[in-house]
Design a binder for this molecule. Structure first.
Ligand SMILES: NC(=O)C1=CN([C@@H]2O[C@H](COP(=O)(O)OP(=O)(O)OC[C@H]3O[C@@H](n4cnc5c(N)ncnc54)[C@H](OP(=O)(O)O)[C@@H]3O)[C@@H](O)[C@H]2O)C=CC1
Ligand SMILES: O=C(O)C1=N[C@H](C(=O)O)C[C@H](O)C1
Length: 340
C-alpha cells in the first residue's frame, strides 16, 4: 500500500494516518513530522515498513541560510532586520562595494556583526561561505550601477538570490538568469499590496488591451534624494498602461528628488525624506472629461523588507521541491499565497 501525504493543511489528517504505524518502526519519520518538528521536515522524505510505504510530499519550512548583501545600505539593513524578526538564520557576511576594509570590517544589524566582503575577495570567499552554509540564499539590494556585476556573480556561483535592486537592462538580466537556471526572485517592488496592484494592472492590460487608448498619462514619483534612477516600479506599471493603448515612454516619468518640493507638493512628511516612495499615475481622456488616478505612497522600508523575506521563504520552498521553474517575480510569490 502507498500513502501519499499532501502539503499543509492536511497535516492533522496525516498524523492520524500515521497512528496505525508502530512508532518504534518509524521513530525518525515521526520525529521529522511537521507537527512535531516543522523546521526539520524535508520534502519527499520516504519511510517504509513491512506493511506500508509512505511517501511524504509535504515540507513546511525548508532549512536555509540567508546572506543579505549591501547591509551598509538602507534596504540591506532593513531586510536583515526583517530576517531576524522572522527567525531566519542570518549568515554573518555581507557583500559590499569596493572599500578600504582596513578601516571598516563589519556592519552591525540588531547587535549581530556581519563581516564585509568586498568585490576583490568575494569570489574566493564564496567557496568557503557555501561550504559552511550549504543551503544559501542571497538577497541583493545594491545599486543600478552594480546590478549586472551582481547578477553575473550569482550566476557564476549558481547561488540562489532574491533581487530587489532596480535599473540595468531588465530583459538581459532575466534572460541571463533564466538561461543559467539559477533559482531567483527578481522584482522592482516587494510590497505585498503594490505587487497586487501591479498584478491587477497586468491583468487589465491582458484582458482589455487598448481600453485606455486615446488617454494621456502623467506619472510622478518621489523618492529620497539619494535615489539616482527612475522608479523601477513606475517603469513596470507604465508597461501595462502602454499595453492598454496609451502612448508613453518611461523617459516621461517625472522624478521628484528635492526635499522642499517633496514636502510642499508631494506632502511627504519631513521624517520620511530619507526613505519614501510616492507614485501617482494619472490618466485623462482625450477630451478631458474623464480622469483616473492611481496612487501608492510608502513611508520607510518595512513593507519592502517584509516582502523580501517572504520571497526568500518562497524561493527556499521551490529549491527544496526541485521546481522545474527557476526564475520568479513577486507576482508569482503573491499568487502562491506566500506573502504574509
Ligand atoms: N524591490 C523593492 O521593493 C525595492 C527596491 N529598492 C531598490 O534597491 C536598491 C538599493 O536601495 P537602497 O538600499 O535605498 O540604496 P542604498 O544606497 O541605501 O544602498 C545601496 C548599497 O549597495 C552597496 N553597493 C554598491 N555597490 C555594491 C557592490 N558592487 N557590491 C555590494 N554592495 C554594493 C552600497 O555601498 P556603498 O554605500 O559603500 O556604496 C550601499 O550599501 C535601489 O535600486 C532601489 O531602487 C529599494 C526599495 C525597495
Ligand atoms: O529606491 C527606493 O526607495 C525604491 N525603489 C524601488 C523602485 O525603484 O521602484 C521600489 C520603491 O519605489 C522604493
Amino acid at each position: 500500500m502507498n500513502i501519499v501525504l499532501g502539503p499543509l493543511p492536511d497535516n492533522r489528517r496525516q498524523l492520524c494516518d500515521l497512528k496505525h504505524h508502530n512508532t518504534l518502526a518509524f521513530p525518525k519519520m515521526l520525529a521529522r513530522h511537521p507537527l512535531r518538528n516543522p523546521g526539520a521536515f524535508a520534502a519527499s522524505s520516504r519511510c517504509r515498513c513491512a506493511r506500508t510505504s509512505v511517501v511524504v510530499m509535504a515540507s513546511s519550512k525548508p532549512k536555509f541560510q540567508l546572506m543579505v548583501n549591501s547591509c551598509t545600505g538602507k534596504m540591506g539593513q532593513a531586510v536583515a532586520e526583517a530576517a531576524l524578526r522572522a527567525n531566519i538564520d542570518l549568515v554573518p557576511y555581507t557583500l559590499c562595494a569596493p572599500m578600504d576594509i582596513e578601516k571598516k570590517t563589519h556592519v552591525t544589524v540588531q547587535g549581530v556583526q556581519l563581516e564585509l566582503v568586498p568585490p576583490a575577495v568575494r569570489d574566493v570567499a564564496i567557496a568557503d561561505i557555501k561550504a559552511r552554509y550549504p543551503n544559501l540564499i542571497m538577497v541583493d539590494y545594491t545599486l543600478p550601477d552594480a546590478i549586472h556585476d551582481m547578477v553575473d556573480f550569482y550566476v557564476r556561483h549558481n547561488t540562489p538570490f532574491v533581487m530587489g535592486t532596480t535599473g540595468g537592462d531588465r530583459a538581459r538580466i532575466l534572460s541571463e538568469v533564466a538561461a543559467a537556471r539559477t533559482y531567483a526572485v527578481i522584482a522592482p517592488n516587494m510590497g505585498k499590496q503594490i505587487v497586487a496592484f501591479q498584478a491587477m494592472m497586468d491583468m487589465m492590460a491582458k484582458n482589455f488591451p487598448g481600453a485606455f487608448s486615446g488617454y494621456r498619462l502623467r506619472v510622478v514619483e518621489s523618492h529620497q534624494s539619494t535615489k539616482k534612477d527612475t522608479s523601477g516600479t513606475a517603469k513596470a506599471v507604465v508597461q501595462s498602461f502602454v499595453e492598454m493603448g496609451i502612448k508613453f515612454d518611461v523617459s516621461e516619468i517625472e522624478l521628484v528628488r528635492e526635499p522642499k518640493e517633496q514636502m510642499e507638493v508631494m506632502k511627504v512628511p519631513e521624517s520620511a525624506l530619507n526613505g519614501h516612495a510616492y507614485h501617482t499615475y494619472q490618466l485623462v481622456s482625450g477630451d478631458g472629461t474623464v480622469m483616473f488616478e492611481f496612487q501608492h505612497n510608502v513611508i520607510g522600508r518595512t513593507t519592502y523588507a517584509e516582502g523580501t523575506v517572504d520571497a526568500t521563504l518562497f524561493l527556499a520552498q521551490r529549491i527544496a521541491e526541485k521546481s522545474e521553474t527557476t526564475l520568479f517575480n513577486m507576482i508569482d510569490v503573491l499568487r502562491a499565497g506566500a506573502m504574509r
